[in-house]
Write a protein that binds this ligand. Structure first.
Ligand SMILES: [Zn+2]
Ligand SMILES: [Zn+2]
Length: 101
């Protein structure tokens, strides 16, 4: 038996092989997770409704780009940087600040 579902990432319809299958592929699933946990200034509806209360758990400014980050998901472990990119850039030159974009 197949269930027709719409993938929340690529918005394509697909046939779910399992009742609890949410994404069309493993890649979409992975992509969604990444976007959820590293989105900037965006309160994202979580994949798991039970985990998402919509309550702001913490807010902080990214140490690298000074962007305000809002954390609403308890699985979101960000406390210093808004994205892995900022973290990487920050640690790459920990001593001198380079003004180059
Ligand atoms: Zn998809
Ligand atoms: Zn940043």
């Amino acid at each position: 038996m197949h269930l027709n579902k719409i993938c929340p990432v690529c918005h394509q319809s697909f046939e779910a092989r399992r009742k609890d299958q949410v994404y069309c592929t493993y890649y979409c699933r992975k992509k969604h997770h990444k976007e959820t946990y590293y989105s900037k200034n965006r309160i994202v509806e979580d994949i798991n409704d039970e985990e998402n209360t919509g309550v702001i758990l913490r807010q902080f400014r990214c140490k690298k780009c000074h962007e305000l980050v809002t954390v609403v998901n308890k699985h979101d472990r960000r406390t210093i940087f808004c994205s892995p990119r900022c973290e990487k850039l920050y640690w790459k030159h920990p001593k001198k600040i380079i003004n180059k974009n």
